[in-house]
Ligand binder design. Sequence first.
Ligand SMILES: CSC[C@H]1O[C@H](OP(=O)(O)O)[C@H](O)[C@@H]1O
Ligand SMILES: Nc1ncnc2[nH]cnc12
Length: 257
Amino acid sequence: MVKIGIIGGSGVYGVFEPKETVKVHTPYGRPSAPVEIGEIEGVEVAFIPRHGKHHEFPPHEVPYRANIWALHELGVERVIGITAVGSLREEYKPGDIVITDQFIDFTKKRDYTFYNGPRVAHVSMADPFCPEMRKIFYETAKELGFPVHEKGTYVCIEGPRFSTRAESFMFRQYAHIIGMTLVPEVNLARELGMCYVNIATVTDYDVWAEKPVDAQEVLKVMAENNYKVQELLKKAIPRIPEERKCGCADVLKSMFV
Ligand SMILES: CSC[C@H]1O[C@H](OP(=O)(O)O)[C@H](O)[C@@H]1O
Ligand SMILES: Nc1ncnc2[nH]cnc12
C-alpha cells in the first residue's frame, strides 16, 4: 500500500525516478497519466502529473475524479497537491510558497463529486486542508529558509483563460492567490476521507499589476523555483506520521444522507 500521493501541477511532471508505473482504470476513466510509484527519502510515494506527462490536459479537462480514485485505489491516504498560482497581494511574491488554508470556488462546470445519486453525500468543507500536513509543510519550508506563507485563500477560476482586470480586482478583495485546479481536487479527496495539502508556488501578479500574466511566465518562474518544491518534499515527507491523528477521515461518518 502506498500511503502518500503527490499530484504535480504546471512545471512539475515528475518528482522521483519511478520504480514502477501503474496503469489504473477507474469508473471515471483513466487518470491524467499512469501512476508512478517510487520513493522519496525511503518513503513510498505515488505520483500523477495533473496535466499529463506532456501537459496535454487543460485545467477544465483534467480527469480529477480518475486521479483521486486511482490514488485511493492504491492505498493513498494523504494527497499533496502542487500548484502554480498567481498572487492577488503585494506581499505574496513570485517564488513564495503558500500553504493554502481556504479556497473560494469560481469554477463553472466540472465533475465535483463521486456521489451523483442514489447515494447522496454533503461533505463538510469548512476547513478543507489537513491540519497535520499543513503544519509539517509550513514548518519545514521555514526551516529550509524558503519564503513561505502559513495561510492563503485560493480562488479557483474555471480557466483556461486568465482573469480580466475587473475580475482580478474583485478577487483581490477576498483572496490571496489564484489558480485553476484546486477545485474539485480537494473536494474529491475529502469525499474519500483522504487528507489533502496544497503547496502553492507564486509565479506572477495575475493581471492587476502592470504586466498581465501569461502562460510562459508561469512556466518560467515555476522552473526557477522547482528546486524549492523538490527540497520541501524531500524534507517534509519523512516527517509525515504513518498514523493519521488529523480527523480528515471523520467526515465519512457524517456526510451521507
Ligand atoms: C501554465 S499557466 C496556468 C495553469 O497553471 C496552473 O496549473 P497548476 O495548478 O496545475 O499548477 C493553473 O491552475 C493553470 O492550470
Ligand atoms: N494568474 C493566474 N491565474 C490563474 N491561474 C494561474 N496559475 C498561475 N498563475 C495564475
